[in-house]
Design a binder for this molecule. Structure first.
Ligand code: AMP
Length: 284
């Protein structure tokens, strides 16, 4: 595995691979790798011949009171993981490399960026859309792999690629969970023991949603209420949102009908740690 820190070096390695006729797969991350990230690499290896992973904690997507400075970082550990799962090229640019000047051009995806995390993290998805557009320009991959754990981010990126005719296949990959159901996240390391044990309520509530749907519940508000109650029963949980939306255009759902593709999305804080999780399903 090669590791590069500059855009010039990255391009030179990717050019070589493309000249050799290889299909380029790309896995953008913020590092502190876990099995969720590694599954994206696995999917990329299955569909591509040359896999590029980026590790970049993007300041543009963090609000002023968010965790940019304390976001967990360990490049040495990540390097080993990336190499072990078969990443061909690891791109670890500095903030100065990515943003050497004041950024005057940003990418903003209307509507899908507004609800859910867009409401509580203003500017977050503009930061994501901007850095992903920039990384796509730098790497020019044939395919890019994203986790459904960040369902709204995935919807934003799918819209962005469509609107700007960016020639990259966006490949959604399923959420990877801990044995007790907690969705893997680099932020899970922030949780205290008690918070960690209560945090399983996110997955439990999504399972409850599946059961409600299977039992024929069609009122989004009822599902929302029941899940809110389940989560609120955990003493340390502070709910940011529990929402049922049509997916992927993210319009609010009220009365569900068979065939609807829906997203049930949660954001819950435990102490200083904000966790998200979701269920994407089709109403049967
Ligand atoms: P992050 O490093 O958190 O920015 O995530 C980088 C990529 O990994 C994004 O496409 C995420 O959706 C994906 N990802 C993060 N956690 C998981 C997970 N538990 N399962 C699947 N994909 C994930």
């Amino acid at each position: 595995m090669n590791q590069v820190e500059t855009i010039v070096d990255l391009r030179s390695f990717v050019r070589q691979a493309r000249r050799a006729g290889k299909r380029i797969g790309f896995v953008p991350t913020m590092g502190y790798l876990h099995d969720g990230h590694l599954k994206l690499v696995e999917a990329a290896r299955q569909q591509c011949d040359f896999v590029v992973m980026s590790i970049f904690v993007n300041p543009l997507q963090f609000g002023p009171n968010e965790d940019f400075n304390r976001y967990p970082r360990d490049i040495e550990r990540d390097r080993k993981h990336a190499e072990a799962v078969g990443v061909d090229l690891l791109f670890t640019p500095s903030v100065e490399e990515m943003y050497p000047h004041e950024v005057l051009t940003t990418v903003s995806v209307a509507h899908v960026s507004q609800p859910l995390c867009g409401r509580t993290r203003p500017g977050h998805f503009d930061g994501v859309a901007t850095v992903v557009s920039k990384l796509f320009q730098i790497v020019q991959p044939d395919a890019a792999f994203f986790g459904q754990k960040d369902a709204q981010q995935l919807a934003v990126i799918q819209q962005l690629v469509k609107d700007l005719s960016i020639p990259v296949d966006i490949v959604p990959c399923p959420t990877v969970r801990e044995p007790d159901g907690l969705a893997m996240s680099s932020r899970n390391v922030y949780l205290t023991e008690e918070e960690r044990s209560q945090a399983t309520v996110l997955y439990r509530s999504l399972q409850q949603a599946e059961q409600l749907l299977a039992a024929g519940e069609r009122q989004a508000a009822v599902i929302q209420d029941q899940l809110t109650r389940t989560i609120a029963a955990e003493s340390l949980a502070q709910i940011e949102y529990v929402e049922v939306m049509h997916y992927p255009h993210l319009k609010e759902a009220t009365e569900l009908v068979v065939g609807d593709q829906i997203l049930i999305a949660l954001a819950v804080r435990f102490g200083r740690t904000r966790l998200i999780d979701n269920l994407i399903t089709t109403v049967k």
